[in-house]
Design a binder for this molecule. Structure first.
Ligand code: MG
Length: 203
């Protein structure tokens, strides 16, 4: 499996990192080895001094597809969870300055804790899903799928022009404003609506 991650899908977050608001989706990937499941703790890696959390809604891909038309995109995912796109911001900043790829900063081991997936049928409106993140009990990020620049279906359609989607892939759909650093000892809890679905302690 692979994880496809959308960057800059919430305009306030693009602005907080001084990035332009994109006219087409920006995406990158994390490999299977980036998965962190079952609320396991995240071990702060030695190669970075500035790991940031980014809470995101995550789609679970349920069938193979490429060149998917937007009007059929809704049949290619069957669940939504919440995940963290851990980012080594110091490495990413250096890569950006040199015009180099982001893999070191984004795709490292265990950089993608993901909750269980909630079946699509339990959501009244996919374009109105509230989610966010508590750090040490304080609300640090809150977003709503209504604020996305590119909808779930647009993302599926766009990405599948370049990369075949396969059953079991995850799609991280972008983070709202409020990203920030973590430190050893922090406790992160991500939620969808009123349900805390993901716990991640930083060790
Ligand atoms: Mg992200």
């Amino acid at each position: 499996m692979k994880m496809i991650c959308i960057g800059r899908n919430y305009s306030e977050h693009a602005r907080e990192l001084n990035n332009p608001v994109p006219s087409e989706p920006v995406f990158f990937m994390k490999p299977e080895s980036a998965q962190l499941r079952n609320n396991q703790p995240f071990i702060y890696p030695e190669f970075s001094k500035d790991i940031h959390y980014e809470a995101e809604l995550v789609l679970h891909v349920c069938k193979v597809g490429r060149n998917i038309q937007e009007k059929f995109a809704g049949t290619y995912y069957d669940g939504i969870g919440v995940g963290l796109d851990f980012t080594a911001r110091d490495l990413q900043q250096k890569a950006k300055e040199k015009g180099l790829p982001w893999e070191m900063a984004k795709a490292f081991d265990f950089s993608a804790p993901v909750s269980k997936f909630i079946p699509l049928s339990t959501f009244a409106d996919l374009a109105n899903i509230r989610f966010g993140l508590f750090k040490n009990g304080e609300l640090v990020q809150q977003g709503n799928s209504s604020e996305m620049i590119f909808s779930f279906d647009k993302i599926i359609s766009y990405v599948s022009r370049f990369v075949t989607l396969k059953q079991g892939d995850y799609i991280f759909t972008g983070t709202p404003a409020g990203v920030g650093p973590v430190q050893i000892g922090d406790r992160l809890e991500a939620f969808i609506e009123d349900q805390k679905l993901l716990l991640c302690n930083i060790r």
